[in-house]
Design a binder for this molecule. Structure first.
Ligand code: ADP
Length: 500
């Protein structure tokens, strides 16, 4: 009975005499010993002889069994096995075996395979260390722009004669944008790491996106004394399958790097080619280039290839995210570079003959924009005082003829909308105790308001929130923080002009 119980245990149990000869082993021990070390075992076998083909393990066994034979009781965590095979981790408890008179006659051990537990512990330790490294890098990265924002805001309050206020406010804006980029990159990086970022591939036309990006980046290129060209007309009708927003993010990142790491009077050219059923967009710059040995570090998080010491702002996360996004969408990201001469980053996606679905844009471009001439009624439903003050100033400054009202009360939003009868409703999503999307649904349910224009404005950056808003009847979506030109371009088509 005793043997049946011992043989059915998953633990390996064995004992030996003071000369290292086995006096007992259970069935599991017998089979595992063979699996781990090779030889078959019999009672009476000498363990040291059995391990003569594994001198390192033989020495370990001799030392450890020796301690137990001398009367020590202890537990060790040990990795055992042939180096050519998988080595498992074991928790082994040793104790001596005594006769009736209390004399030591040998030793015994109980062995538990703890490989899974140990692997999990190691993984948790590694992830904890990676998190600590991440937090220490990110807190350093956050402090730099914050230092500039806090410092220049204080300088503005000292600058009574407003001599340098414009310079200071430009610096605050620049650092604020950098901070925003850092937060967005960090969120994306974390989401990808945790497998929480999803992409929604659909048929898109890259040409339209590239035109938008060049338009958006024109000023940035100008500020950096870099000429920005686009030569993709030949492939303007080629469509690919990718997530619209994430594709834009990839190109945006590559173009912004090409401008950032350029030289004075340098240039950036966006070209396209259609090769082997793949539409490849190349971003070619005449910039500082990258050392051959550094190319493999480009995708590493926080590695800025010594650029941390320069005044060029960055997080070292852009290309990491770009690479991860490209991989998630089956895109092919490549780079060729020559130090001192420039780089070519390329991103390729399989082309498709299918036609693109209509994608709701974050904002609509209008060219004429003399905003003073616009009229109409606007109401902003928002529970945060700072956001209301900011919007009130934006509206009063840009649209002096527009009747503008606000309400902090999301619960009574419908009542307020009825009273005001606005042309445009600016609607926050996370209102105190209620959700802006529910208010949007109520607006769309009500026939009287079905034609009202609703712009959702939210700091909610969770996946697909923009799509959810548009699906529920929003006319546009803007994410916080508000970028004023984008806001003006979004709201103006929904207002009237005084001469109309
Ligand atoms: P960063 O926020 O530093 O720009 P990225 O991940 O986008 O982070 O890029 C990592 C590093 O790769 C940069 O710091 C820079 O040293 C280098 N790099 C990226 N793009 C270029 C380029 N077009 N030319 C030269 N170096 C580049």
């Amino acid at each position: 009975m005793k043997d049946i119980i011992l043989d059915s245990m998953s633990e390996l149990i064995a004992s030996m005499d003071v000369n290292f000869n086995f006096t007992y082993f259970n069935k599991t021990y017998h089979s595992e010993f063979k699996k781990i070390f090779g030889p078959d075992l019999k009672i009476g076998d000498n363990i040291l002889k059995k391990l003569s083909h594994l001198p390192k393990d033989q020495k370990k066994v001799e030392d450890i069994w020796g301690r137990a034979i001398r009367g020590e009781e202890f537990i060790v965590i040990q990795t055992l096995g042939d180096t050519n095979r998988e080595r498992n981790t074991y928790e082994i408890s040793y104790s001596s075996v005594k006769d009736d008179k209390g004399e030591i006659t040998g030793a015994m051990h109980i062995v538990r395979d703890v490989t899974i537990r140990e692997n999990l512990r190691q993984k948790a330790e590694q992830s904890m260390m990676a998190k600590q490294r991440f937090l220490s890098s990110i807190s350093h990265e956050l402090r730099t722009p914050l230092n500039s924002i806090l410092g220049f805001s204080q300088l503005i309050s000292y600058d009574k004669e407003k001599k340098n206020s414009e310079l200071y406010s430009k610096s605050i804006l620049r650092s604020g944008k950098h901070l925003l980029g850092l937060i967005n990159d960090t969120l994306d990086y974390n989401k990808i790491q945790e497998g929480m970022l999803s992409v929604s591939p659909e048929v898109i036309n890259p040409y339209e996106l590239l035109v938008d990006i060049v338009e958006d980046m024109k000023n940035y290129a100008l500020e950096n004394d870099v000429k920005l060209y686009m030569n993709c007309d030949e492939h303007k009708d080629i469509n690919i399958i990718a997530d619209n927003q994430r594709y834009k993010q990839i190109i945006f990142n590559l173009v912004s790097n090409a401008i950032k790491y350029n030289k004075k009077n340098g240039s950036v050219e966006i070209k396209s080619k259609n090769e082997n059923g793949m539409l490849i967009v190349e971003i070619c710059d005449t910039g500082i280039g990258i050392e051959n040995s550094d190319i493999c570090k480009l995708w590493e998080p926080f590695d800025r290839l010594s650029n941390e010491a320069t005044s060029i702002q960055g997080t070292g996360l852009g290309l990491t995210i770009t690479k991860m996004l490209a991989d998630m969408m089956n895109g092919v990201l490549d780079v060729k570079s020559e130090k001192g001469k420039g780089s070519v980053f390329s991103i390729g996606f399989i082309s498709t003959t299918k036609t693109p679905v209509n994608i709701a844009k974050e904002y609509i471009h209008t060219k004429d924009d003399i905003f003073e001439e616009y009229t109409g009624k606007v109401i902003y439903i928002e529970d945060n005082t700072f956001n209301v003050v900011l919007m009130t100033n934006i509206m009063e400054f840009n649209f002096p003829k527009v009747q503008y009202e606000y309400s902090y009360d999301g619960h009574n939003a419908m009542k307020k909308i009825c009273e005001t009868d606005p042309d445009v409703i600016l609607l926050d999503i996370n209102l105190d105790g209620c959700n802006g999307i529910d208010i949007l649904k109520n607006i769309r349910k009500n026939n009287k308001f079905s034609t009202k224009k609703v712009i959702m404005i939210s700091a909610d950056v969770t996946e697909n929130i923009q799509k959810k808003c548009i699906q529920n009847g929003a006319d546009a979506y803007l994410s916080k923080p508000i970028i004023i030109p984008a806001f003006l371009r979004t709201i103006s088509p929904f207002l009237k002009k005084s001469d109309e």
